[in-house]
Write a protein that binds this ligand. Structure first.
Ligand SMILES: Nc1ncnc2c1ncn2[C@@H]1O[C@H](COP(=O)(O)OP(=O)(O)OP(=O)(O)O)[C@@H](O)[C@H]1O
Length: 195
């Protein structure tokens, strides 16, 4: 069994670094936490309610996963305004105050929205995926090597903005990174997955 007898509670506003050697199961745990995989035993809960998996996953907005390959997280046939709108709660639109603020924070240019995913750079598309995740008003964000593909300056900007939003909205973050410097900067607590 890859992950056994593991227990983790993430408080609102906490940023927990998940540490383990390569292949130990960090990405697998991230996918479990976000409801993309179903545990063979045990449960993932938000406020006492289980995070749903499978076809109903789409409705599980409270835990959002952002990982390092944004091109795999976007429908290549959808223009980016439709991709971004996937994150919006019913009744909200991209021109509302909160989406506009988030787009500005993360440097999403209006002209990108009529393009397709392959017409943005990897870093631009990743930032768009961060905004899409935040639009869903999650309680928790799971960041799996989220900024690994970015240059150091863009990485620092993204994290500065994300930490500001997370503190303001009291989001709980789980952060996976192979960069100890990044974890030193962003994490408020470290948890080891090592067996
Ligand atoms: N779909 C799958 N089917 C079978 N084995 C898998 C699958 N996905 C991952 N694994 C295996 O599960 C183990 C854990 O993989 P995982 O990607 O969770 O590790 P990780 O800690 O995130 O590694 P890294 O730091 O290298 O990204 C690995 O041995 C991997 O080969």
């Amino acid at each position: 069994m890859l992950i056994n007898e593991f227990d983790l509670t993430v408080e609102p506003g906490e940023r927990v670094a998940l540490e383990a050697p390569s292949g130990a199961g960090k990405t697998t745990l991230c996918r479990l936490l976000a409801g993309y995989l179903s545990p063979q035993a045990g449960v993932v809960e938000v406020d006492g309610a289980p995070v749903s998996c499978g076809r109903r996953r789409r409705g599980a907005r409270r835990v959002q996963l952002i990982w390092q390959h944004p091109e795999e997280a976007c429908d290549p046939l959808l223009r980016l305004d439709a991709t971004l709108s996937e994150g919006l709660p019913r009744g909200e639109c991209l021109h509302d105050a909160r989406p506009s603020d988030l787009m500005e924070r993360f440097g999403i240019a209006g002209e990108w929205l009529s393009r397709f995913p392959h017409e943005l750079s990897g870093g631009e598309l990743m930032r768009l995926c961060v905004v899409r995740a935040l639009l869903a008003r999650p309680r928790y964000l799971i960041c799996d090597e989220m900024t690994a593909m970015l240059d150091a300056i863009t990485q620092a900007r993204v994290w500065t903005q994300l930490i500001e939003v997370a503190e303001r909205e009291q989001l709980g973050l789980v952060v996976v990174s192979h960069s100890p410097e990044l974890l030193d900067r962003v994490a408020t607590r470290r948890v080891s997955l090592a067996r």
